[in-house]
Write a protein of this length. Structure first.
Length: 308
C-alpha cells in the first residue's frame, strides 16, 4: 500500500454520478491511493457537496461547465504529483489488489504507456474493454450490422470477443473507463485530444502512443466493476451524436490516402447510423413507457376491484 500511495495518483471525472462517485472514491482510498483528484463537469446533483463531506481531503476541481471527459482528465492531470496516474470513470469499483497489479505491470517496462484492467459488468460478466484498431471493413460492419445483430463477426473481431481474456498481453487499446497511465508518456502525448467531447479519446491516445513506439497492455489480474452509462445516459441523444462524431474524427485521423477518399461515404453512413440509433433508443423508451402505463393501469384496476 505504501508503494501505491507514493507512486499512484487518481483523476476521476464526475457528472451527476451521485452515490456512485462516493463508492468509487471510497474504493480508491481502500486501495491505498492518497492523492485523488475529482474534476466535476458542472454537476447539478450536489455530488460535489456530498463528496467533500465524506472525504474532506479530496482535491475537487470545478470545471465550471461540462467540458467533456478528455478535457476534464487533462485538467486534473496538471495537479498529479505521482509517476503514475489512474484515470477513472465515477461508476467503477476496484477489487482489492487491482492497482497494485496494474502498478507492477507498468513498472516492468518503461515503454508501457498505459495498462488497463479486466472490466466486469455488475452481474460479473465480461465487458469487452480491450479491442483492436478496427479495419474500415470491420468498422462499417460493426456500425451497421451491430445495430440489429450485436454478435456479428465484424463486431466480434473489433471487440475481441473470441480472444483469450485471461492472459496479460500487449494490445491495441484499452478502455478509458479505468486505466493506469505512465504520467511522463501521457504528458509527452499532450494528454487526451480535447476535440473529442466523449468517446474515442481513449482509442486516439492509445493509437498515438503506438505511433511513438510505446505499448498498451491489458492485465486481467486487475479487476474492476463498471456500472456504465451513469453520466452519459442522462443525455442519451446528445451522447449518441457525440459518439458518431468522435468515430468520424478518429477515422479521419488514421485514414490512409486510399481510405481518405472513402471518408464522405463513411460520414454519410455515420449520419444514417446516428439517426437509426436515435430512433432505436426512442422506440425502446416508448415501449418502456407503454409497459409502465399498462402496469399502473392494471394496478389501479386491481385496487378498484380489491382483487389482491
Amino acid at each position: 500500500m505504501s508503494n501505491i500511495s507514493g507512486q499512484v495518483s487518481s483523476v476521476v471525472v464526475n457528472y451527476n454520478a451521485g452515490n456512485y462517485l462516493l463508492d468509487c472514491v471510497g474504493s480508491l482510498y481502500e486501495q491505498g491511493i492518497k492523492q485523488i483528484i475529482v474534476v466535476d463537469n458542472n454537476s447539478s446533483d450536489n455530488s460535489q457537496l456530498y463528496l467533500k463531506r465524506k472525504f474532506p481531503d479530496i482535491e475537487l476541481v470545478e470545471a465550471g461547465a461540462n467540458i467533456g471527459y478528455g478535457a476534464a482528465i487533462n485538467m486534473g492531470s496538471k495537479l498529479v504529483t505521482s509517476l503514475y496516474m489512474l484515470i477513472c470513470n465515477p461508476d467503477i469499483i476496484l477489487q482489492q489488489g487491482s492497482i497494485e497489479s496494474l502498478l507492477e505491470t507498468i513498472e516492468s517496462d518503461p515503454t508501457i504507456a498505459f495498462v488497463g484492467p479486466k472490466i466486469l459488468n455488475p452481474d460479473g460478466t465480461l465487458y469487452p474493454s480491450v479491442r483492436v484498431f478496427p479495419s474500415m471493413v470491420d468498422a462499417i460492419g460493426h456500425a451497421f450490422v451491430g445495430l440489429v445483430a450485436p454478435n456479428n463477426r465484424f463486431s466480434r473481431r473489433y471487440r475481441m470477443l473470441d480472444w483469450d481474456h485471461s492472459a496479460t498481453s500487449v494490445v491495441d487499446w484499452v478502455s478509458g473507463a479505468c486505466l493506469l497511465a505512465n504520467k511522463a508518456h501521457f504528458d509527452v502525448l499532450g494528454g487526451f485530444d480535447e476535440s473529442y467531447f466523449m468517446y474515442m479519446e481513449d482509442v486516439d491516445i492509445c493509437w498515438r502512443a503506438a505511433q511513438e513506439g510505446n505499448k498498451v497492455v491489458y492485465n486481467p489480474s486487475s479487476r474492476v466493476m463498471h456500472v456504465q452509462g451513469v453520466s452519459s445516459r442522462q443525455h442519451p441523444y446528445k451522447m449518441t451524436v457525440e459518439h458518431h462524431r468522435s468515430l468520424y474524427k478518429f477515422f479521419s485521423k488514421i485514414a490512409s490516402k486510399y481510405q481518405y477518399l472513402l471518408l464522405p461515404i463513411v460520414g454519410f453512413g455515420l449520419v444514417i447510423r446516428t439517426v437509426l440509433a436515435v430512433l432505436k433508443h426512442f422506440f425502446s423508451e416508448f415501449d418502456s413507457l407503454k409497459l409502465a402505463k399498462k402496469t399502473v393501469v392494471a394496478f389501479f384496476a386491481r385496487l378498484k376491484s380489491r382483487n389482491f
